[in-house]
Design a protein around this ligand. Sequence first.
Ligand code: ADP
Ligand code: GLC
Length: 471
Amino acid sequence: MNVIHLSAECYPVAKVGGLGDVVAALPKYQQLAGESAIVVLPYYDRKFVQENNFDVILEAEITMGGTILPFQILKESTDKLGFPLHLIRIPGLLDRTEIYSYPDETEQFIAFQLAFLEWLTYFEIRPDIIHCHDHHTGLIPFLLSHSIKYGQFADIPTVLTIHNAQYQGWIGWEKFYYLPEIDPASLGLLEWGDCINPLASAVKCCWAYTAVSPTYLQELSYHANGLESLFAAESTKGFGIINGIDTDIWNPESDPMISVNYNTQNVAERKQENKKLVCKEFGLSISKPLVAFIGRLVGEKGADLLPEAITRVLTELKGELNIVILGSGDGVIEDELAGILESFKKEYNVFIGYNEALSHRIYAGADFLLMPSRVEPCGLNQLYSLKYGTMPIVRSTGGLKDTVIDITVPGGYGICFDEASADDIVTAIKRAVELYKTTDELNLLRTQMMTLDYSWNQSANQYIDLYNSLK
Ligand code: ADP
Ligand code: GLC
């Protein structure tokens, strides 16, 4: 089967969060399962692109709103990521250093999608599946079935994966003229709430959609940033497939980004070595439980609750634990997290910024990983932390609910709480501090969580089964 994944992110070319990890891993595991899966991304002027060889395989042009835009399709020459990687380059729009947040993001992603469709007209063999990820590629299912020019491809099944329905890519109708000629009877399929809504349009027009966990699929019908009724109406073509992790990259036994590798046999001693290094890096104490947070500093992740929760727990349990934060995002939250440094010099530290290698060191060195998310479609951090024997402390929502079982339940290996509130975070951290005192029990739990199988093997096959059901 020939599958094309279309996305804005793919690690290590371009990653802001879990979308990048998933679009790097899923196609690789599909290839390993014997399918042909390729990835198509915008061209980015970033390290991976600068340091690797690409062949130009097509030069053509699109028209967007009356402007002719020449584009190139480039292919990474060695398939070193485990699948063929293609980039679409359009000078001025798709040749940037950053992935998001440009004022003309609408033009950027419409141009990406139009160039992909144009490229499709040059294919010698039709793909069997076009797999779109998130709203950046959300106009594709509509354009494939309802544009005059690309309607010839209406019989190619499309799958949409919803990594996060909070972001929908809203476009004002005044920009409708960017799109190619469209069957006027179909205009309603673009709209949701008085604007062009690429995510809503994709849900309406795709052949099937997936949410990145079964619980998130259910949540979408009552918590989807305005699209609840749409998800309820389209639910028969919705599937919940949990993400996996790429164990070639996320494996404490072989991870080159950590100083001391370990496995279930030696986790007790060797994890301590990693902890020692992280504590040294952040001026913290090796003898105290180390709780970490890694992630985007936004309300969705509950990051706004951290300054109050950290202040309270470090005051109430004076000297009993350490906390470290790695993240970036909302400037107010960043300032608040930096602002409390002064009060807890030996117990707390924060790194504001994005640092892939540091994240690996923290997963390996921390005792606990906190995720107080308000919305968490899947969450990969808890899966990485499980693999590294670091106990997740999570708010039970979305994928966190599907992957973390509280230690009070037989077979459980995490700490779960219900409310995204400072109160619940403080209580959960206090439970972690108590658990830390029972070294043998915690070490046993670490071994147990490290043996859980959250690899992609099973989920990659679930996607393949879904594709087969659409042919
Ligand atoms: P989301 O995609 O919503 O941000 P996920 O849990 O799916 O959440 O994935 C987050 C990914 O981004 C993980 O690989 C995590 O380690 C990484 N990450 C988030 N923030 C940072 C950061 N500041 N530095 C390094 N890695 C980060
Ligand atoms: C999104 C979600 C996150 C999920 C990731 C990968 O960014 O916020 O929960 O793990 O996509 O699917």
